[in-house]
Design a protein around this ligand. Structure first.
Ligand SMILES: [Zn+2]
Length: 276
């Protein structure tokens, strides 16, 4: 896969070299934009967004559901190629990769970017902290909440925390970490997952009726990271989903050969909550 904008969603070989248009012909028939690229498709709220109409019950709905599951679950497909320039991480779903890619390009509808486009908005301040202009850099790098979460993640991984001020500094820091290549990629994926949750948290803060819980973000990042990486590295060797101890390192887990009993022990370990 290239950078996501030069790869056609329906033409890409996702699963055992078969394109979605052949795997899910009835769903593809609903597509109004047959040449839509991966990045555009996945940046929409729903895969049906560019459909001529919503899928109807029966085969259409079944195919649409399978398509959705396949896109969201990396265990079922492999991206044919990874471009190092886009830092695509196979262990996390492509929608998460697409978000990371947009962060890199500063191509998200942040309040600053919206106002730059000339749209009138009430405030350009960060909705989470209210202390700075809401730029991409602020949301994902310099906002105190983001820094607090990254702090927790570095303790979880047992690596030294470093305060960074930009995407580029973050990347230099990632590349300088004393981890194996495999673990570095997983850790980078964990950062992507964190960004995904931070962006969702931010959207819920602005658009949601309920106030989301800040303390839940880190727990979510841990469980999602395990959930996604599990398929990539454990391939069904564990039948238990893993709610997590804050001090359990994903790197240790990848390295170890956990038995089911161990996995079960982990499931009953108390998840520690920490307020920040
Ligand atoms: Zn902020």
């Amino acid at each position: 896969m290239g950078n996501g904008s030069d790869t056609l969603f329906w033409e890409e070989s996702w699963h055992e070299d078969v394109a979605f248009k052949f795997l899910f012909p009835r769903a593809c028939a609903l597509e109004s934009c047959k040449n839509i690229d991966v990045a555009s498709k996945l940046s929409q709220n729903s895969l049906a967004f560019t459909f001529l109409r919503e899928p109807r019950e029966g085969v259409e709905q079944d195919q649409f559901d399978s398509l959705k599951a396949m896109v969201e679950d990396t265990s079922l497909f492999t991206l044919s190629e990874v471009s190092s320039s886009t830092r695509w991480i196979k262990a996390v779903p492509i929608k998460v990769n697409v978000l990371a890619w947009k962060i890199k390009l500063d191509n998200l509808p942040t309040r600053l970017n919206i106002s730059r486009r000339g749209m009138d908005i009430d405030s350009i301040l960060c909705p989470t902290c209210g202390k700075a202009v809401e730029s991409t850099r602020h949301i994902f790098v310099t906002c105190q909440i983001t820094r607090d979460i990254l702090h927790l993640i570095t303790s979880w991984w047992n690596i030294p925390y470093m305060e960074v001020s930009s995407y580029e500094e973050w990347l230099v820091w990632i590349l300088s970490l004393r981890l194996s290549i495999k673990h570095k990629r997983i850790f980078e994926g964990v950062c992507y997952v964190t960004w995904w949750h931070i962006w969702n948290f931010r959207n819920k803060t602005i658009f949601g009726s309920e106030s989301p819980s800040k303390t839940a973000i880190f727990d979510e990042v841990q469980s999602r990271s395990f959930y996604w990486c599990r398929y990539r590295y454990f391939l069904g060797s564990l039948s238990f989903f893993l709610p997590l101890s804050m001090h359990l390192s994903l790197a240790d887990f990848v390295n170890s050969k956990k038995t089911r009993e161990d996995a079960f022990a982990i499931t009953i370990m108390k998840v520690q909550s920490q307020s920040f």
